[in-house]
Design a protein around this ligand. Structure first.
Ligand SMILES: *Cc1c(COP(=O)(O)O)cnc(C)c1O
Length: 370
């Protein structure tokens, strides 16, 4: 029996493979391998897609966050309030500037809890980093109000939510600056490391463009030392090709999620659906069940690869266990969560197989008896 993998990044569609190969060939023939014309074109197109004035391509999503915090002048002793559940990079980027992450709780819909954020504000708080975890866009109306009231920077991490929306507004358009990882595991992914920063501020754009190029202004003068974090032209070319076809990815993800949601709700499983406000990208398809170990075991032994994301509980990581955290809801919720395969590459047969296996587990049917 072929196991259904959680994620398979091989390109099996011949048309896509040809498209990517010819994008690569174009770059190899013009030879501008760093900061080539494809990067500027990608920056323009992603900015337009996300309804922003400027985009700055960088070497990774982690760098996007790190360069953003550097541009905002974050320093030793500053505090940044952020999600308690996220990929470790969000806390690391804060830490690398010398600031400390402070972990806020999440709402039952998996988005950052504005009330918890407010509670964690101190005299040292400089910024809020809101992560659209799993593809669900946070409540930026409330978060912006809090940021304004307390004169804090508000940064959006849209790495998992490319193409998602909240109240019709697209992910990547919220807050002062948005950071997006474009690594191969993300919905809008390159074939290697890449990231992008979005903003409407000409000033921030100018600072980051110099900082990503070792602090060289006009390529000749260095006033403030920077880092080397430019996006390869090859990755930019691949991303340009994939942006053209991105709507298909999100459409198929939603199709699969809708099939899951409908079936699982009837089985009494907790699902995270789109509502009046949120249109998720369904980057991670979570379900909530009691006794998840048994479900996991059933699925794994019947050919469905699932995942837990307990390592995303950042205050639980040794590096951050001494940081301030307000996370009662997050802890309770995540004890029940399991990730199912939900990639756009799944066939209908595979989706049905996953639905059937979950159904059989919930109904307590042992396959050996049937
Ligand atoms: C993947 C991810 C990052 C880090 O991006 P890299 O490109 O892997 O450095 C940051 N934040 C979130 C929410 C992510 O999912």
């Amino acid at each position: 029996m072929n196991k259904i993998p959680y994620l398979d990044l091989r390109i099996r569609d011949q048309q896509e493979l040809n498209g990517i190969l010819s994008s690569i060939e174009r770059v190899l023939r013009h030879g501008i391998l760093i900061m080539g014309p494809e990067l500027s074109e990608l920056e323009e197109k992603v900015a337009a897609y996300c309804n922003r004035k400027y985009a700055i391509g960088v070497a990774s999503g982690t760098d996007a966050l790190f360069l953003t915090f550097r541009a905002l002048g974050l320093k030793h002793g500053d505090e940044v309030i952020t999600n308690s559940y996220s990929w470790i990079a969000t806390a690391n980027a804060i830490h690398l500037t010398g600031a400390v992450p402070v972990f806020a709780d999440i709402l039952p819909d998996l988005t950052l809890d504005p009330h918890s954020v407010k509670k964690m504000i101190t005299g040292r708080t400089k910024a809020i980093l809101a992560v659209n975890y799993s593809g669900r866009v946070c409540d930026y109306d409330k978060l912006s109000q809090i940021a304004r009231d307390h004169k804090l920077h508000l940064i959006e991490d849209a790495s998992q939510s490319f193409g998602a929306r909240r109240q019709e507004k697209i992910a990547g358009s919220f807050g002062e600056i948005s950071c997006i990882s474009l690594n191969p595991m993300k919905l809008f992914g390159a074939c290697g490391e890449a990231g992008i920063i979005l903003t409407d501020s000409q000033k921030i754009k100018a600072i980051i463009e110099v900082d990503r190029y070792n602090g060289m202004e006009n390529k000749i003068i260095c006033n403030n030392p920077g880092v080397n974090s430019r996006m390869d032209t090859l990755q930019a070319a691949i991303l340009l090709y994939r942006l053209k076809n991105f709507s298909k990815i999100i459409k198929r993800r939603r199709e699969i999620a809708l099939l899951y949601n409908e079936k699982f709700k009837r089985l009494g499983i907790t699902v995270f659906e789109d509502g009046n406000e949120i249109l998720s990208s369904y980057f991670s398809y979570f379900i909530g069940v009691d006794n998840r170990e048994a479900l996991l075991e059933h699925l794994e032994s019947n050919g469905v690869e699932c995942k837990l994301r307990d390592s995303d509980y950042l205050p639980g990581q040794p590096a951050y266990q001494n940081c301030k955290a307000d996370t009662p809801n997050a802890k309770r919720l995540f004890e029940k969560l399991v990730l199912l395969p939900a990639s756009e590459a799944l066939s209908n047969d595979q989706v049905n197989k996953i639905i059937n296996e979950v159904t059989m587990y919930i109904r307590g049917i042992d396959r050996n008896d049937s």
